[in-house]
Write a protein that binds this ligand. Structure first.
Ligand code: ATP
Ligand code: MG
Length: 573
């Protein structure tokens, strides 16, 4: 491609409403444009890069016997009623009606549609296993669309679904998908970590997330040298041993005027956060519920939701808190609640002796509260967010470490969740009807573009890994009007094209500095500069994007394409 003919609208400054590095660099390099909140256009450079990602994913999906399909984006409500997800999915689902008032949704995912397809054609165990995948647009009305294409409302996902005769066959196949995902991460050049995404309450490693490591990532990963890794939102916590053996003291109500926060009450009472029981009032599917955690801990709402088995979970409003506790916000406690509600406590709570709690009275706390003597919980479970200093739940020896990451893929053993509600069955060798066992496997294809950049950029712009770069080589003639330079530039250009190496020839009538800036901004891995001085000796200048500014090499015109080919081979050794 000649730059003068290409639609690559590079920008000096990123639009001010873009909120992270990758979104800014994608806009500045002319890959994307924001159309509205969570809505992005992919321009030719962006789409070219996306196609490179898709090629890698497609090859890996074919390598594990996946077959590509394309399903509608507009899905009838009936299918979603069958699985119950029409009601469960909540506000993230875009819902709409057609001219006859029939209801639809814009697909946020395709389990319903794919199960409907497979149940209508697959009858016998002989037709299983089967894996179907697609590159499909997904729509999700995210609460907070942000970080460019990373958390958009419309994005491209590769979603794959496999159907098996039993759990054992799914298990075997799941491993193959897991390995294919690892190869995808490697081929995209990621530093990554695979983490368990199963919540502690459910247990088991039936779901894994593929996390690209980046300090700017939305997710926090808890991991250990023993090999354990989990999304810290979901990481299990060990049940703490009782360590505080102090004798129980008599309870005492204390005045804490307008001091509601754990920190302030602790310092007011010359105590510590560890001595405090935080009582949080939640509303789970409409029912108020009290949740107790230690003062220095936070409630893990995912664990709580799993334990409660509820669809909607939110912190109670000040009005409800007052109704339940009889006090204003900040003074809730497990003793003498005004309304009888269920109390759930984290493992570490009963271990706190002579604890401080809110008194369920305005401006009052109670000291020296002890589990069993003064209060009890209906259920004691793992309910806290993992935190610094916690011991690894797997090896039970080392302290957990924490890193930030971007979730780019998610593999999931679904079991019979969908085949049961949608009656997707097959006949086994004995003619008996059985439920199909399913797996599903997603990758955020557009998110991969942003994740790659978050992991690989410098002050001049994007630094694409070779495999994803939209153009592998930029040819920069110092002056394209100079006949000799033009001829050499076009000769190298044609030779690279014959070798199927994507190349951008910067034929624009621009200053050399601007051409360099744009090539760097776009992250092109190799740059060839053609100027009069070097050409006198039959040479051009070569530079790799990754190398520092000063590191250039002088290469013979006759050798440059061979040199680039050898560099490419080096990368794929
Ligand atoms: P998240 O926790 O980030 O919201 P999710 O659990 O909702 O992700 P899945 O339903 O497992 O995501 O979707 C599969 C993949 O699709 C994710 O791993 C992610 O890479 C991508 N993805 C999910 N939501 C978005 C979005 N709003 N914008 C872009 N990509 C997304
Ligand atoms: Mg989500």
């Amino acid at each position: 491609m000649y730059f003068s003919k290409a639609f690559i609208p590079t920008l000096k400054e990123a639009p001010s409403d873009l909120d992270n590095i990758s979104a800014k660099l994608m806009a500045r390099s002319g890959m994307t444009r924001k159309l509205g909140s969570g809505l992005f256009e992919l321009l030719p450079l962006g789409l070219k890069t996306l196609m490179n990602v898709m090629k890698i994913i497609r090859e890996e999906m074919e390598s594990i016997d996946g077959q590509e399909v394309r399903l509608p984006l507009l899905l009838p409500k009936d299918l979603w009623i069958e699985t119950g997800r029409w009601d469960v999915y909540g506000k993230e689902l875009f819902r709409l009606k057609d001219r006859k008032d029939a209801e639809f949704c814009l697909a946020p995912t395709h389990e319903e549609a794919i199960t409907d397809l497979v149940r209508s054609h697959v009858r016998s165990y002989r037709q299983l296993p089967i894996m179907l995948y697609q590159f499909g647009i997904k729509f999700r009305d995210e609460i907070r669309p942000r970080f460019g294409v990373m958390r958009a409302r419309e994005f491209l996902m590769k979603d794959a679904y496999s159907f098996h005769i039993d759990e054992a066959d799914l298990e075997k196949y799941y491993k193959r998908v897991y390995e294919a995902y690892e190869r995808i991460c490697q081929r995209c050049g990621f530093k990554y970590r695979v983490v368990e995404a199963a919540s502690g309450a459910i247990g088991g490693n039936f779901s894994h997330e593929f996390m690209v490591l980046a300090d700017t990532g939305e997710e926090e990963i808890a991991w250990c040298n023993c090999g354990y890794g989990a999304n810290s939102e979901k990481a299990e916590c060990l049940q703490t041993e009782k360590i505080d053996l102090s004798p129980m003291l008599a309870t005492e109500e204390v005045l804490t005027p307008n001091i509601g926060s754990v920190e302030d009450v602790a310092s007011f009472l010359s105590s510590t956060k560890e001595k405090f029981i935080k009582t949080m009032i939640y509303v789970a599917d409409g029912k108020p519920t009290a949740v107790l955690v230690r003062g220095d801990h936070d409630v893990n709402e995912i664990k709580l939701q799993t334990l409660l088995g509820c669809n909607e979970l939110e912190l109670a409003s000040p009005n409800i808190i007052e109704e339940v506790t009889g006090a204003k916000v900040g003074f809730a406690g497990p003793v003498n609640l005004k309304k009888q509600i269920k109390i759930y406590a984290d493992f570490s709570v009963p271990n706190i002796s002579n604890a401080v709690i809110g008194a369920n009275k305005d401006d009052k706390h109670i000291k020296n509260i002890n589990y069993g003597r003064d209060y009890k919980a209906d259920i004691v479970a793992d309910l806290k967010k993992v935190s610094k200093g916690d011991i690894c739940p797997r090896c039970k020896k080392e302290k957990l470490q924490f890193s930030r990451g971007i979730e780019i893929g998610h593999v999931f053993k679904l079991g019979t969740k969908y085949s049961k509600s949608m009656k997707a069955t097959y006949l086994d060798a004995q003619g008996k009807e059985n439920l199909m066992v399913m797996g599903c496997y997603g990758i955020g294809v557009t998110r991969i573009l942003a994740a790659t950049i978050e992991q690989s950029y410098d002050e001049n712009g994007i630094v694409w890994p070779f495999s994803l770069a939209p153009y592998k080589v930029s040819i920069i003639p110092v002056d394209f009007k100079n006949q000799e330079i033009k001829e050499v530039a076009e000769k190298i250009y044609n030779e690279l094209k014959e070798n199927k190496i994507e190349v951008l020839l910067d034929d624009r009538d621009e200053r050399i500095g601007i051409k360099f800036k744009d090539a760097d901004l776009m992250g092109t891995p190799f740059r060839i500069t053609i100027g009069e001085k070097n050409l006198k000796d039959g040479n051009v200048e070569f530079k790799a994007r990754k190398d520092d500014k000063s590191k250039t090499e002088i290469i013979k015109v006759t050798n440059i394409v061979g040199y680039i080919k050898s560099k490419i081979q080096e990368k794929f050794k």
